[in-house]
Ligand binder design. Structure first.
Ligand code: SF4
Length: 484
């Protein structure tokens, strides 16, 4: 069950080098595992392991992966264990050989294992999707394009959750489908080469930009598409419901230079900064300087400073070799990471009333440390401004938001959080400000971690199961880090 990044290439030259560069562009979506599945005619190869993309693949491995078609994946486990066998892609031989990758999270994972009577080798929900799809395909008399679409329709009826799926079927082409609500992003692009046309699919359009592809469009929520060897493609709108795109992709998760559903992330974050300025104006405090918590909040802070006509300063320097603290999988490594990650520029904050801007508050541990860091550096006052409204509930669709018990805003008022983190004031974005900033119809956004209106049914026993799994996986990661 993963927060991930996916790439699929139907190219004219070696897919592995394009996959490597593409996955590198979305390494922020997952740092715990990487893999590729490539096809050269009917010959296929699968290579995957724990680690960053450049740890899993060296030049020799890339050279050995021949084939013009391929799938790639970077993984961050939100729930489930952080072990080698959970890394994607997965492949299956029956009823036809195919490899698969996905980005998202399946809510009814346990139910489907029972319903389809599956014996899986891993805890990864992609293995489940692959088996459900294969089982549905087995019900077809002949495996042709119609069979793929029919099996995808029944698979989509069975799956509850978020999924952007790429399947490579060496004998038929690339078959993709996206959950009816389009919770996770998914784009499709084309490149004309001297030797023909290449097509690519990815979690974020930056992958396509970097590889020289022109983005054709987003894969539509509820759509399935078959791309054939001759690069022609067939598409079917299998489900048609109101989309619920994850707001957190724009707030924090996606690259600042990405564009999803035709909304650029940088532009959205800039508007969110302006909306935050409107909230700030409602209090009586004064600021001398606006300081972002790098990197995501830079855009928010820039817009806020511009809107309030207050100087923008870099008051915290980030060690770029330390991973994102929010998505580090266990408490010990997260605490250590905060200390090693951000260092204050004392000259920019000493004796000043600082407006410290961050994208979100999750557990509040990092916010408290940052306020403390600013005060120790001589800031006269520290006012904390947050680009995302209070996060009060977990995510069941693939973002690693902790349990309700661990979420600062689930139990405490804004004033209590302010006191806890030691700030002189605390200003949150509102849900209305968030929707205006993203510039998408409110009904087309998932806001469930802010208002508990989950876009799919999440039963109480499933919530409990997720809670237990999350605890278990954190314990496992702790145990593993002790052993390594
Ligand atoms: S619950 Fe929150 S993080 Fe999860 S998909 Fe919905 S908006 Fe995104």
């Amino acid at each position: 069950m993963d927060m991930c990044g996916i790439v699929g290439i139907l190219g004219t030259s070696k897919a592995s080098s394009e996959l490597y560069n593409g996955l590198f562009a979305i390494q922020h979506r997952g740092q715990n595992g990487a893999g590729m599945y490539v096809a050269d005619g009917k010959n296929t190869q699968l290579e995957k392991d724990k680690g960053l993309i450049d740890e899993v693949f060296d030049q020799k491995k890339l050279d050995d992966l021949t084939g013009k078609w391929g799938l790639g994946h970077v993984r961050y486990p939100t729930i489930g264990s952080n072990i080698e066998q959970d890394a994607q892609p997965f492949k299956i031989e029956e009823p036809i050989e195919m490899g698969m990758v996905h980005n998202g999270n399946i809510v009814n994972y346990k139910e489907l294992i029972d319903e389809y009577d599956l014996n899986l080798e891993s805890n990864c929900d992609l293995e489940l999707i692959l088996h459900v799809f294969a089982e549905e395909l087995k019900k077809e008399e002949e495996i042709d394009s119609d069979a793929l679409f029919s099996a995808a329709e029944r698979t989509m009826e069975s799956l509850n959750g978020s999924y952007s799926v790429i399947t490579l079927i060496p004998e038929m082409g690339m078959f993709v489908f996206r959950d009816p609500r389009g919770i996770r992003p998914f784009v499709f692009g084309k490149r004309m080469n001297l030797d023909g046309t290449s097509l690519a699919l990815a979690s974020e359009n930056t992958v396509l930009d970097i590889l020289g592809y022109k983005v054709l469009r987003d894969v539509t929520p509820g759509e399935a598409m078959l791309i054939k060897e001759d690069r022609s493609y067939q598409s079917r709108q299998i489900k048609n419901v109101l989309p619920k795109h994850c707001m957190f992709e724009w707030v924090y998760f996606a690259r600042t230079d990405s564009t999803m559903e035709r909304i650029n992330v940088y532009e959205a974050r800039f508007r969110l900064g302006r909306e935050l300025a409107k909230r700030w104006r409602k209090n009586e405090h004064k600021l001398d300087v606006v300081v972002p918590v790098p990197d995501t909040a830079r855009t928010y802070a820039l817009a806020l400073a511009e809107e309030l006509d207050i100087p923008y300063r870099e008051g915290l320097m980030r060690n770029r070799y330390v991973g994102r603290t929010f998505i580090m999988p266990d408490e010990t490594s997260r605490e250590t990471a905060v200390k090693t990650k951000l260092n204050p520029i004392i000259e920019e904050v000493k004796g000043k009333k600082v407006g410290l801007v961050d994208d979100s508050i999750v557990r509040g541990t990092t916010s408290k440390k940052l306020v403390n860091l600013m005060k120790k550096s001589g800031a006269e006052e520290v006012h904390f401004l947050v680009g995302c409204p209070p996060i009060i509930s977990p995510c069941y669709y693939g973002i690693d938001i902790p349990t309700k018990e661990e979420l600062k805003a689930s139990k405490k008022s804004v004033e209590e959080i302010r006191k806890d983190i030691g700030a002189d004031s605390l200003t949150y974005q509102t849900i209305e400000g968030l929707v205006t900033g993203i510039a998408k119809d409110k009904d087309e956004l998932c806001l469930a971690c802010l208002n508990e209106n989950y876009p799919t049914k999440v039963r109480e026993d499933i919530r409990e199961y997720f809670k237990e799994m999350r605890k278990e996986s954190r314990e496992k990661v702790k145990e593993q880090s002790k052993l390594s």
